[in-house]
Design a binder for this molecule. Structure first.
Ligand SMILES: NC(=O)c1ccc[n+]([C@@H]2O[C@H](COP(=O)([O-])OP(=O)(O)OC[C@H]3O[C@@H](n4cnc5c(N)ncnc54)[C@H](OP(=O)(O)O)[C@@H]3O)[C@@H](O)[C@H]2O)c1
Length: 265
């Protein structure tokens, strides 16, 4: 098959691309940056926010694995993608979304500022489902990689502010990539069961484990967040404990990061 991966240069996409290539398919990646071909992967320059270059990227694709995303505007990106795909022969669109896209209410200004991402992922899900194209959507919990960057930033402060009552169920991006590839090589399946990490952690627990792995100590200050979206988070809208199919724990992820850091020194 001829497979286009949007976001093939990102945290998730970087795991998806080699898995697809190793399964013997022709892989093309859409990126905003011009890049030469690399290890049998062709790069097409385009921007899903403007639609520029997208038509050329989807041309001849049998499957589009849509991993491109950012903190806002994913609904518009999906709209530009499906419009071009519909004109290019109706490939199967495999879309990655987030657990809680349907459960985190983004109604007030404060919700939009802090949790607008969930609304844009929900919007993107709708665009894909209503596109008339064959589609599959997988919702994942937060990746270890994202939690790591978040906690790393938070712990730069002398006192670490942690949203009170928030829990997360981080999953390895590579495990999500493996499932996406399985879905991309299968039949369109609509909304499939979520993928989530092996354990639910309090935010404070994630921070403490990170600090321990870095040999640091910091006081943690629970920070109550206002709004309906934050309330939904406290109720666990971003979790899927019944879908704890990921195997790699936060502790294992941190241990590997610590090893690669000390090897780099
Ligand atoms: N991170 C998480 O915890 C998490 C959890 C659940 C679901 N997801 C979803 O998984 C997807 C991938 O997340 P990630 O963490 O891998 O993201 P990431 O590391 O930030 O990578 C984003 C990717 O999107 C591409 N991209 C961004 N804006 C674009 C645009 N306007 N046009 C074309 N490409 C664009 C980037 O490509 P270039 O820079 O090369 O253009 C990059 O490859 C997203 O849809 C995200 O919402 C993420």
């Amino acid at each position: 098959m001829d497979i286009l991966v949007t976001g093939g240069t990102g945290t998730l996409g970087r795991h998806v691309v080699p898995r697809l290539r190793d399964s013997g398919h022709d892989v093309r990646v859409l990126s905003r940056q011009a890049r030469g071909p690399d290890e049998g992967v062709e790069y097409v320059t385009g921007d899903l926010d403007t639609g520029e270059g997208v038509e050329l990227a989807v041309e001849g694709a049998d499957v589009v694995v849509h991993c491109a995303g950012s903190t806002k505007g994913d609904e518009d990106k999906a709209r530009n993608l499906v419009a071009a795909a519909s004109r290019a022969g109706a490939p199967h669109v495999v879309n990655i979304s987030v657990v809680g896209a349907d459960r985190v209410p983004v109604v007030s200004r404060v919700d939009r500022v802090m949790f607008g991402y969930f609304a844009s992922k929900r919007g993107a899900e709708h665009v894909v489902a209503e596109s008339g194209l064959p589609w599959t959507t997988l919702r994942a919990t937060q990746f270890h990689e994202l939690m790591f960057t978040t906690v790393q930033q938070m712990t730069k402060l002398p006192v670490v502010p942690a949203p009170a009552g928030f829990r997360f169920q981080p999953v390895a991006a590579d495990e999500v990539a493996a499932r996406l590839v399985e879905l991309a090589l299968g039949e369109p399946a609509g909304l499939v069961p979520d993928i989530a990490g092996p354990r639910v952690y309090e935010m404070t627990e994630l921070v403490r484990e990170y600090l321990r792995s870095r040999g640091k100590r910091r006081p943690i200050l629970p920070l109550p967040l206002p709004g309906k979206a934050a309330h939904a988070f406290r109720e666990g809208a971003n979790l899927a404990p019944e879908r704890a199919v990921g195997r790699r724990t936060w502790e294992e992820f941190l241990a590997d990061r610590t090893t690669s850091l000390s090897q780099a020194r």
